[in-house]
Design a protein around this ligand. Structure first.
Ligand SMILES: CC(C)(COP(=O)(O)OP(=O)(O)OC[C@H]1O[C@@H](n2cnc3c(N)ncnc32)[C@H](O)[C@@H]1OP(=O)(O)O)[C@@H](O)C(=O)NCCC(=O)NCCS
Length: 174
């Protein structure tokens, strides 16, 4: 049976887990990483929101959002990584993050950018409801070079429609 998945706002003592996860083998090509000082600054800058997802008692992954609760109502999923990819942790984590963002803020548009070759991430983002919009050229300075990024987004009406569909499917299942 699957352990219960829970999402919590991260605290400073979650930083060792977050930093270890963004440094997992092979992740250097896929996701950014910061030193402890940069994380500590971001955690209290009023723009970033940090989350950790737990499978039962064990931390499974983290996500960092930027422009949390911003007046423009556009928020960015700035970083997302799980400890055991390919087992559904990412989908559970992102679903929880998305729900939290739309429920706790007046957010209208949630954006996530990824390297176009990161097909595992793209597939998972699509499963959560994000749509690919296009390639932003040279959008990420990463590993000393500028890289293109695929921009994906989920708008509030789309998220609400998915929620309504899931609720009616639950009713039919009884
Ligand atoms: C991206 C990430 C968060 C996704 O989480 P995850 O737990 O691996 O994703 P899930 O297991 O929920 O879903 C992955 C989907 O991609 C599919 N997939 C796996 N490898 C794939 C590949 N090489 N090409 C295409 N699809 C692939 C899986 O089959 C699954 O789809 P399905 O549920 O329809 O079968 C996770 O892989 C991760 O942490 N990667 C390293 C860091 C990273 O890339 N972060 C994102 C930066 S934008």
């Amino acid at each position: 049976m699957d352990a219960t998945f829970t999402l919590v706002r991260a605290r400073e003592d979650d930083l060792p887990f977050i930093m270890a996860t963004e440094r997992l083998d092979g992740y250097d090509r896929l996701v950014g990483r910061w030193d402890e000082r940069r994380h500590r600054e971001a955690m209290v800058d009023g723009s970033h929101a940090y989350f950790v997802g737990y499978e039962g008692e064990a931390p499974a992954g983290f996500s960092i959002l930027r422009f949390w609760n911003a007046i423009e109502r556009v928020t960015l999923v700035r970083r997302l990584a799980v400890v055991s990819p390919g087992q559904g942790q990412g989908r559970r984590l992102l679903n929880a993050v998305v729900s939290r963002a739309f429920m706790e803020t007046e957010l209208h548009r949630l954006v996530i950018s990824l390297f176009p070759e990161n097909l595992r991430a793209r597939r998972m983002y699509e499963a959560v409801g994000f749509q690919a919009e296009g390639v932003a050229r040279g959008n990420a300075f990463f590993g000393g070079q500028f890289h293109d990024e695929l921009v994906m987004a989920l708008l509030r009406p789309e998220w609400e429609a998915r929620q309504a569909l899931a609720a009616s499917a639950d009713t039919i299942r009884g």
